[in-house]
Write a protein that binds this ligand. Structure first.
Ligand code: PLP
Length: 417
């Protein structure tokens, strides 16, 4: 664009922004929460049918059953790619399980470890960026140094990952959201998973935190398949390398779902040796209600298709509006994920914070710029996470159109500065 064209664009953006502020909007695209209509589709979960007994006749009202209901684990085992006997069903939050895994490794000896993580002068985790802020929050809470690694459409840049873990025994883990990643929607390629499983690590107790939060959250008719991390780790001679996490938070009720932990037999035994001290058993009545509501893996997939019917139009609307308003301007690129909960918007370097601030001033709340990076610091100040699931479609449309105005305004001002 010539300077004259750019100036004209900026002037138009200024006018549009003034009009946007005058609308007095109050819209929120900050967090990846299910919408009330999504939650309504799971209302069958509120009802318990028949006696509260498990398939083996256990009275589920009582204490016990630390591993979780086998019939619920059987529904999720194939999608989470964990053999049912190595998959545990726990409380309502997988984030809680990830937090506990770090705490258990800090305070106890994870299989293969020579020392507790807490007894080492410094430990670090690799953090593919952009990534999930709550993963980074766990590291920050426990003083685990975070090392950013760039994401690619196939997962983390494996050349960087392999080099870092080979040379530094302080690196104990990596955060991975392998399918429909938060926030860029990437799906790890088979090659990435194979390299993660096979790579040589200086730390004997290195762990992949495999947060498969969006394992069944497809938005197209061609569900993404990823390689089986536990099987590949075992085949590569690193059977204890991966901790698998998942949950039904974005399947049934975000606040009352069921979370899952899966791993090698040795890691599961280690896990249970800690959790047996922490709890006399999970909420098995909630787990039974999940079994009754979902029925089986086919029932789970059918429910996910119904949810996708509500979510897909919002993702489509974001793509359509961004294309109409920003396509060909050179002011933004964005992802068009085939599943999950997020869209990643990249704006010109040094503009993300200002775009989010301008949107906020116009009544549109966006996830703070920087949240996608360790310590809240996106060094290029480019990345903005869009979470379109919660608001209804007209609100998503209004918010994205307003956000695009902010990108045009901040982007053209920056280019003219
Ligand atoms: N992991 C990822 C990648 C997420 O995006 C989220 C929620 O946004 C969670 C975990 C939270 O999971 P849960 O509700 O099971 O704690």
């Amino acid at each position: 664009m010539s300077v004259d064209e750019l100036t004209a664009q900026r002037d138009r953006a200024r006018q549009d922004y003034e009009a946007l502020v005058a609308q007095g909007l109050k819209l929120d695209l900050t967090r990846g929460k299910p919408s009330p209509r999504q939650l309504d589709l799971a209302n069958g979960l509120l009802e318990l049918k028949g006696d509260p007994v498990g398939a083996d006749g256990t009275d589920l009202r009582n204490y016990g059953g630390l591993n979780g209901l086998p019939e619920l684990r059987a529904i999720f085992a194939a999608d989470l790619q964990v053999p049912v006997e190595q998959l545990l069903a726990a409380g309502n939050s997988s984030l809680e399980l990830m937090h506990d895994a770090v705490v258990f490794a800090l305070l106890g000896l994870v299989p293969g470890a020579e020392r507790r993580w807490a007894d080492q002068p410094e430990i670090a985790f690799l953090c593919p960026v952009p990534g999930y802020d709550r993963h980074f929050g766990i590291c920050e809470r426990f003083g685990i140094r975070m090392i950013p690694v760039p994401m690619t459409p196939d997962g983390p840049d494996m050349d960087v990952v392999e080099r870092l873990v080979a040379e530094d025994a302080r690196i104990k883990g990596i955060w991975c959201v392998p399918k429909y990643s938060n926030p860029d929607g990437s799906v790890y390629s088979d090659e990435t998973v194979r390299r993660l499983a096979a790579m040589e690590t200086a730390a004997p107790d290195f762990r992949i935190f495999w947060d498969n939060a969006y394992a069944v959250h497809h938005l197209t008719d061609a569900p993404a398949e990823i390689a089986d991390v536990l099987a590949l780790c075992a085949e590569s001679g690193h059977p204890d390398r991966a901790f698998v996490f998942g949950s039904s938070s974005k399947i049934t009720f975000a606040g009352s779902g069921v979370a899952f932990f899966g791993s090698s037999p040795a890691n599961v035994e280690w896990w249970l040796s800690h959790t047996v001290k922490r709890s006399i058993g999970p909420d098995k009545i909630n787990q039974l209600r999940h079994v009754q509501f979902l029925r089986d893996a086919d029932g789970l997939h059918e429910h996910m298709r119904n949810l996708a019917g509500l979510i897909r139009p919002k993702f489509d609307a974001v793509d359509k509006i961004l294309t109409a308003e920003l396509g060909g301007t050179g002011l933004a690129t964005w992802t068009s994920p085939a599943g999950g909960y997020f869209i990643n918007l990249e704006v010109p370097e040094g503009c993300a914070r200002e775009v989010v601030a301008k949107a906020k001033a116009a009544g549109i709340a966006i996830t703070p710029a920087g949240a996608t990076h360790p310590y809240g610091d996106d060094p290029a100040d480019r990345t903005i996470r869009i979470a379109p699931t919660y608001p209804e479609l007209p609100e998503v449309e209004a918010a994205i159109s307003g956000l695009a105005t902010c990108v045009r305004l901040v982007g053209t001002e920056k280019l003219l500065a």
